[in-house]
Design a protein around this ligand. Structure first.
Ligand code: NLE
Ligand code: FE2
Length: 306
């Protein structure tokens, strides 16, 4: 009898989506999607066994990490010369493109970090800077996290970051997150108080969202925090991290040099948003906003409607 009751109870608990009460209720290792160690055939690292081994080593460090309970710092990764070279190349090219392609608020917060090409920063020190500036913290993760866990964690001002470096054959663009994307795309703006609040808003709205609402929130996240653009006096600028960390996509955004000029559209959070595409190259469409307070009021209006 006891067995039947416990089994039924376990099934019941599985069906009910528990609303996380704190970051401790969100796993950083149970729901890793796509990519991971099983790289798909079109991934630049698919045929590189050494690369796959290195990723799974770094990914496992994240899986074992339980900092949030024990107060242990994020594990330190000793990056190889080759990994540092990739970071240095990306940083160098982006430092050249950002002044004309990145939004002003990003350029301001970027200054806080003093990134240099011959040293790949460690997540622990960046987490400490964020904590002091805006109360955000970083949690390491082995790969692309399920959107429910990823967005829910943002409600508790926690940003999941990968720690491995992209494959060296394509530094200008990677289809998935890597540490260069996290540091050069996300971290600077998470040190901006207004932007940091706006990211948390999406997280808060996600806590009680239905499946369908969750998909829409994931798209809102995708078209703002990852690929958002903003109107500035001298033209369109990027604030989305997927743009800011990819010198290939930044060039594509403004010049369409690869032969496919993207479309720009005003963001309306109540309209159906296009399907997200993170495996097939540059975005074909970007959403344009007036400024961060415009993004925040649009997201707030949508969140209130849930
Ligand atoms: N395409 C970006 C880059 O190359 O840095 C990463 C996007 C992750 C969603
Ligand atoms: Fe990202």
């Amino acid at each position: 009898y006891r067995f039947i009751v416990t089994t039924q109870l376990a099934d019941f608990n599985k069906q009910v989506h528990k609303i996380p009460q704190s970051i401790h209720d969100i796993s950083n290792g149970d729901h890793i999607l796509g990519f991971g160690v099983e790289l798909a055939e079109h991934h630049p690292g698919f045929h590189d066994e050494e690369y796959k081994k290195r990723r799974s080593y770094i990914g496992n460090l994240a899986k074992l990490h339980k900092i949030l309970f024990s107060g242990e710092p994020i594990p330190h990764v000793e990056y190889s010369d080759e990994e540092i070279k990739i970071w240095g190349e990306i940083l160098g090219k982006l430092t050249y493109l950002h002044p004309t392609h990145a939004c002003k608020r990003y350029l301001d917060t970027f200054q806080l970090f003093n990134f240099v090409p011959d040293r790949l920063p460690c997540l622990q020190e960046l987490s400490e800077v964020l904590m002091m500036r805006t109360g955000w913290q970083i949690r390491p993760v082995a790969g692309l996290l399920h959107p429910t866990d990823f967005l829910n964690a943002m409600a508790f001002r926690t940003f999941h970051c990968t720690q491995y470096v992209r494959h060296g054959s394509q530094p200008m663009y990677t289809p998935e997150p890597d540490i260069c994307h996290e540091i050069l795309g996300h971290i600077p703006l998470l040190a901006d108080p207004e932007f940091a609040n706006l990211v948390q808003l999406i997280g808060l709205a996600s806590l009680r969202a239905s499946k369908q609402e969750m998909l829409h929130l994931t798209k809102l996240y995708w078209y703002t925090v990852e690929f958002g653009t903003v109107k500035e006096r001298d033209g369109v600028k990027a604030f989305g991290a997927g743009l800011l960390s990819s010198f290939g996509e930044l060039q594509h955004m403004l010049s369409g040099e690869d032969g496919s000029m993207p479309i720009f559209e005003d963001l309306d959070p109540f309209k159906k948003l296009p399907k997200m595409d993170h495996k097939c190259g540059f975005q074909k469409r970007y959403f344009l906003c007036e400024n961060f307070s415009d993004v925040a009021s649009k997201l707030t209006a949508y969140a209130k409607s849930l």
